[in-house]
Design a protein around this ligand. Structure first.
Ligand code: GLA
Length: 393
């Protein structure tokens, strides 16, 4: 357990556990709406009714994970989305820090998509919607002109996964993406496992195998607001990245092929800086991204040390990210337009959430100098990312 939580009075833990028990009598698939509203918590669980649907002849549900500190996460097998995550702030108040919706229809209608979703078969952009693999050209759906973004027209965020809840803190989702689904070759068997650990971390493990050579780049697209969902801008959050280089992009957000040092640029987060401190600098890359929407080349990616640290200025909630992936897409919510009603009636707006998507570099299938995203029959794609939460006082 994290030392910060060790020092919490026992009474606080008891209140959390009691309120959790009262709110969530069924630890697994929830059968009733529940809201945590006692004096120590403001976090909410979504009503399960909004997630009980039949889509593409498959049943969707809401699933709850919990740990011994009263931290809880809500997920659905629709797009293997992380819907909610509530963690304690510096005063011990449970705070929702992942942007999500109260029902599946809202996910489908969202103005800017991908909230908390599992992204695949290829996370981020593929230039002009095509690539060549083993001498054959594959054409994809262009859903983000002139490129393909996050898998295409119906990415893994919009399909129904099979769910298997392993215990009260672990769930696995599996999905078979068919050969040529969205234009990608190979039947791809995918598994994503979410584990909520007792040190207040969400560990996401990905696995995939194929029967034909293909490309794979899976990630999670949670938007975080560490001050709490609906609490306003993320521009005062402090960020530190262990990334001495990044991949500059053209005006359509496709890497120009170079790997450039961040030194002396607004992309230098090797020392802590707030997201907003340089976001409006007169810088061509910031103009191309309309803010931060870039792949950072991670110095190390072996999950022994955090590659990213973000602190909510008001809440003191600290997020540390560990990953086996070579890149981190840091997106400062530049395309968020507002107009979405989030959990419990809260709303989003421009730059009120940020995403840190651990992944291979955008457009790797067309850029052989980047780490390869090719998966061959007989190989297993395996990767892990951990989002760990604690507080600074
Ligand atoms: C990724 C992309 C962004 C944006 C979001 C979704 O982070 O890099 O440009 O498309 O997804 O809105």
């Amino acid at each position: 357990m994290n030392t910060i939580f060790k020092s919490f009075p026992a009474i606080f833990l008891q209140v959390c556990i009691l309120s959790l028990a009262a709110c969530n009598q069924s630890a697994n698939k929830t059968s009733t709406a529940s809201t945590m509203t006692d004096s120590t918590t403001t976090a909410t669980l979504p009503p399960s009714s909004g997630f009980e649907k039949t889509i593409d002849d498959k049943q969707t549900h809401l699933y709850i994970l919990k740990n011994k500190n009263g931290v809880q996460a809500a997920l659905t097998n629709y797009g293997a989305h992380l819907i909610r995550l509530a963690v304690p702030d510096k005063a011990g108040k449970m705070t929702d820090i992942v942007l999500g919706f109260d029902n599946i229809d809202a996910y489908k209608k969202a103005l800017s998509a991908y909230y908390g979703a599992t992204i695949g078969r290829y996370g981020n952009r593929i230039a002009k919607g095509h690539f060549v693999l083993e001498g054959r050209r594959y054409d994809l759906f262009i859903n983000n002109k002139p490129n393909t973004l996050h898998g295409g027209e119906k990415g893994f965020n919009d399909v129904i996964w099979d769910a298997k809840q392993i215990n009260d803190h672990t769930i696995s989702f599996t999905y078979l993406a068919k050969d040529m689904e969205e234009g990608y070759p190979g039947n791809l068997n995918c598994k994503v496992t979410y584990e909520l650990t007792d040190d207040n971390a969400v560990k996401i493990s990905y696995e995939a195998t194929t029967d034909k050579t293909t490309v794979v780049n899976l990630t999670n697209h949670s938007y975080f607001n560490l001050n709490g969902v609906g609490s306003g801008t993320i521009l005062n959050h402090e960020v530190q990245l262990k990334a001495g280089n990044y991949t500059p992009v053209d005006s359509t957000l496709i890497p120009n092929g170079k790997i450039e040092p961040v030194t002396g640029t607004p992309f230098d987060f090797t020392k802590p800086a707030t997201i907003g401190s340089r976001i409006n600098d007169n810088n061509e890359q910031l103009k191309n991204g309309k803010g931060y929407d870039h792949n950072f080349v991670l110095d190390k990616h072996d999950i022994t040390t955090p590659i990213a640290t973000v602190i909510g200025d008001k809440s003191g909630i600290k997020l540390e990210i560990f990953t086996k992936e070579p890149g981190l897409q840091f997106y400062s919510g530049n395309f968020m337009t507002g107009g979405n009603t989030l959990l419990g009636g809260k709303t989003d707006d421009y730059r009120t959430g940020f995403a840190m998507e651990t992944q291979h570099y955008p457009d790797s299938p067309n850029q052989p100098q980047f780490p390869s995203t090719v998966l061959k029959p007989g190989e297993t794609y395996k990767t892990v990312t951990i989002y760990k939460f604690s507080v600074v006082k």
